[in-house]
Design a binder for this molecule. Sequence first.
Ligand code: AHM
Ligand code: MG
Length: 319
Amino acid sequence: MYLTDFLSEHCADNNITSIINNLSNAAIKISNEIKNVDNKNNAQFNVGNTNIDGDLQKPLDIFADEALITCLRDCPVSGYASEEQDGFIDFNNNHEFIVLADPLDGSSNIDVNVTIGTIFSIIPRNNLPLTEAFLQKGIQQKSSGFFVYGPQTTLFLTIGSGTYLFALNENDQKFLLINKISIPEKTSEFAINAAYKRFWDKSTLKYIENCQQGENGIRGKNFGMRWVGSLVADASRILIRGGIFLYPADTRERYREGRLRLTYEANPIAFLVEQANGMATNGSAEILNLNVKKIHQRTALIFGSQEEVIEFRNSLEKS
Ligand code: AHM
Ligand code: MG
């Protein structure tokens, strides 16, 4: 079944259908541009600007952001915010929805031909001025998803009842439904950037040490570790085969609130994960319930297999 047919069958809101269809067209454009080595967006040439978070913007970051803006102008969308924009774009209309996005997540991986992706979140404006509309909690999302530009181009999508995986059929350039996603409740695989161990809080340290002790330790089983450094790639793996992802807040000056962004990284991933039977927390509260004070707000993010996220939360309470 094609994505378009899936949406006409399962999505009651034509506005959301139109936004997702348009986003998927933009993603196909981005995916093709990434594969095309013979173009000016080639990864090794940096634009030289930094975005709001101080990351160096690459031509593909800008290309992806512009592709999203162009596609959203033709949608029932009144505003757009992204990692690559300081504020938000006002499309000057009264349409019902707003979109937040990380146009090219994991862009530090572009140069090394490792999986990257586009994350999006669709929220009703709820008659709010745009300045307030963008600060709604994640629980308000009506749909979220991310496209993965890896060996295959895929889409993880939720419209509020389950999470579904689609893959791009290169022959006709259309997304095909693969299956409904359910994250296994148990796992023995964790994902964390262990290089920052010296900055972690006591409970993260304890939790990871317990995993590392393997079958002779308190957990009584051996763990494996994976860390791609692209949230979309780590989330893709965890949605399909389970696992736990941890990017805790740490003692580095910039990351005292965590490294990842709440509105266009943590919230959309948390919605997908919860709809797939998993859990997402900042350690003490559900991601989807966190108050949003600014568009580029950072948060600690821990998500994945239910039992493991609960285990992590318990280790926090004990410490
Ligand atoms: P980006 O949006 O600028 O690409 O940054 C977010 C990325 C995530 O994809 C990934 O999980 C994380 O940053 C990796 O951080 P680190 O380099 O600290 O391991
Ligand atoms: Mg990102």
